[in-house]
Design a protein around this ligand. Structure first.
Ligand code: ADP
Ligand code: MG
Length: 627
């Protein structure tokens, strides 16, 4: 039985909005094993269409094609890939080698997809290259080879694959006559070794070398000259008939993907940078949120969580005199500053220029520390507020036209004169003080009857709750319940909420960054796949399955993702350092950031490559090998 048997083969290209093209209009053709056939004819006659059908890259619209007794169709992806891998060698006008990779890799590809072991691959690739006279070029980059050398590498690939059927579509179309002649020699030698060779050509020299010449024009077989019976006497080669179940191995796949990433240096760097930026943003936001949370905690400890206050009335039995209290409280462990404040009735406060009705306060103890005041002290004033001295709020001071403290100005509070010892410019705990006045200790506080007294204390970090528990008994050992405590809010909850707020904002920011990166990478990989259509078609022609092509693109993206992840980690760390140092925060680095960076890189890489993998897997080789 003939190796190739075509019966009534038609191929009609139909695409929406355009008239159908009948590229083949009923071809009947037998080609015996071992023949050397030239197919000639005008451009557009249907030669490539015929070759695609013979190579199981495309199916006839009508009619049957039996190859080696087997009626596999191209549409049956898996089986067709396997038949191509085991029986067919392709030589294309556009060479279709793996660019910027060693010649070895291009020759090896078919064997790789067949799952041939590394040692055997190496032996077959080197002997294939040897037999086309390129044994010394195995490790040279294909991009540095001449056209003739490139085409001989494609032939070496068919030799290494031990293909039974060689399909060469205008193999010498891009070559000068000397190189063309050399390529033809190789094809003839393959043929005399037993392979069936079918060459599409425009060249009369090529046609002259073939024993049989088939003329195709307008989708029809015009003539078929030289079909001989002599072929029967040629040595019949037995190639691996039964496609083995073996498939490309994972380590080989990884090596291929990695070599592919390296061979496209600049696109890979570009894609890696997209990943790196996303990872850097993730690391930065994660790292900063840890640093910012630490900062929020510190801020809380520094302020709200350190303030304790208590109030009581001097009318209560056994209560201490206001003058004695602040020293006792200050003596408690954990108390940094304490002061007693007594609010007086609203009264007139005046300088010689102006007068205002305000509420004065009497302070005993360290009011500056306890009320967290910022004070512009008079040049002569140091230490606590003494009897006969006053601090005046900056707002009130400007109302009273009190501009300078240099001359030790005095103010009258309800008719009593006080020397101004300082101007209050900030008062976080008692905000109204900036419009009021605080005077030093007075003897007459309790002379007019019971008064309300407030105790303000600032504790050291974390001591507030403990101080608050001790305070009532310190202020009134006999009736501690008469002391009402404004214990600090247990700030843990509030702190948690604020931390959560920070976290949420940063997380949203990170997610946005990731989405942008995935989109950018998706775009880049889609463009890259588009640019590699020829290579992908060639890989499929050599036996790669759709899934394996998808896996290749995914693995490449994953490699780029991991690389980008590492770079992003370094960038992110640097960004955290810059921000925390400039904010005077303590940077918080977590070892968990390393695996996070790698994982994010992988996810962004694989996610960004996903669409491109699907597209690559679905590319039809017949359309993408045309050049
Ligand atoms: P040849 O290789 O002899 O130059 P082809 O087989 O490439 O001829 O093309 C045969 C005819 O089919 C031409 O008219 C060509 O324009 C048309 N053709 C080839 N491929 C397609 C396609 N994918 N879609 C539509 N028309 C096509
Ligand atoms: Mg063609």
């Amino acid at each position: 039985m003939a190796l190739i048997q075509l019966r009534g083969v038609r191929r009609t290209y139909s695409s929406a909005g355009r008239p159908d093209v009948e590229a083949l209009r009923g071809i009947d053709l037998d080609i015996e094993q071992g023949e050397f056939v030239a197919i000639v004819g005008p451009s557009g006659g249907g030669k490539t269409t015929l070759m695609n059908i013979l190579g199981l890259l495309d199916d006839a619209t009508e009619g049957t094609y039996v190859l080696d007794g087997d009626e596999t169709r191209a549409a049956d992806g898996h089986r067709a890939a396997s038949v191509r891998a085991h029986k067919i060698g392709f030589v294309f006008q556009a060479f279709h080698l793996l660019e910027a990779r060693p010649a070895f890799d291009s020759v090896e590809l078919n064997l790789l997809y067949r799952g041939v072991s590394r040692a055997e691959r190496e032996a077959r690739v080197l002997s294939g290259l040897e037999s086309v006279g390129l044994g010394d070029r195995a490790w040279q980059s294909t991009s540095t080879l001449s056209g003739g050398q490139r085409q001989r590498i494609a032939i070496a690939r068919a030799i290494a694959a031990d293909a039974k059927l060689i399909l060469a579509d205008e193999p010498t179309g891009n070559l000068d006559s000397v190189s063309a002649s050399r390529v033809l020699d190789e094809l003839e030698r393959l043929n005399s070794d037993g392979a069936t060779v079918i060459v599409v050509t425009h060249s009369s020299e090529v046609a002259a070398r073939a024993r049989r010449v088939i003329h195709i024009a307008d989708g029809t077989l015009m003539s078929d000259v030289g079909q001989t019976d002599a072929v029967a006497s040629r040595p019949v080669r037995e190639s691996e008939h039964e496609p083995r179940k073996r498939r490309i191995r994972l380590p080989d796949m990884l090596r291929d993907a990695w070599a592919s990433v390296l061979s496209r240096k600049y696109p890979s760097i570009g894609q890696g940078l997209a990943v790196a930026i996303a990872v850097a943003l993730t690391i930065t936001t994660l790292g900063l949120s840890a640093s910012a949370r630490a900062q929020v905690s510190a801020t809380f400890d520094a302020h709200l969580n350190r303030e304790v206050s208590a109030t009581w009335s001097t009318g209560v039995q056994n209560s201490l005199a206001p003058e004695d209290v602040s020293d006792r409280v200050e003596a408690l462990s954990g108390v940094d500053a304490a002061a007693v404040v007594v609010d007086l009735d609203v009264s007139t406060v005046s300088t010689f220029a102006e007068a205002r009705q305000v509420r004065p306060h009497v302070a005993i103890g360290d009011i500056e520390g306890a009320a967290r005041l910022s004070i512009d002290d008079a040049p002569w004033h140091h230490g606590p507020l003494r009897s006969g001295e006053a601090y005046i709020g900056d707002l009130l001071a400007s109302d009273l036209q009190l501009s300078s403290l240099a001359g030790a100005p005095t103010i009258l509070v309800d008719g009593v004169a006080y020397v101004v010892a300082g101007v209050i410019t900030e008062s976080s705990r008692l905000p109204l003080l900036r419009g009021e006045v605080v005077v030093g200790p007075r003897d007459d506080l309790t002379s007019r009857g019971p008064i309300d007294v407030t105790m303000l204390a600032v504790t050291s970090s974390g001591a507030a709750q403990q101080v608050a528990r001790q305070l009532p008994a310190t202020l009134n050992p006999f009736q501690p319940e008469k002391v009402s405590l404004a214990a600090p809010t247990d700030a843990t909850q509030l702190r948690g909420q604020i931390e959560q707020g920070v976290q949420t904002t940063l997380t949203a920011f990170t997610l946005l960054a990731l989405i942008v990166a995935v989109a950018a990478l998706m775009n880049a990989t889609l463009l890259a796949v588009n640019a590699r259509r020829g290579e992908i078609g060639m890989r499929k022609a050599l036996g790669a399955r759709d899934r394996q092509i998808g896996a290749l693109i995914t693995l490449e993206s994953a490699c780029i993702g991991i690389g980008g992840g590492v770079v992003g980690l370094v960038l992110g760390m640097a960004a955290i350092l810059v921000v925390t140092v400039s904010q005077r925060w303590a940077p918080v680095f977590d070892v968990v950031l390393l695996p996070v960076a790698i994982a994010v890189g992988l996810i962004v890489g694989a996610g960004g490559g996903g669409l491109a993998s699907i597209r690559a897997a679905r590319l039809r080789p017949a359309e993408n090998l045309r050049s």
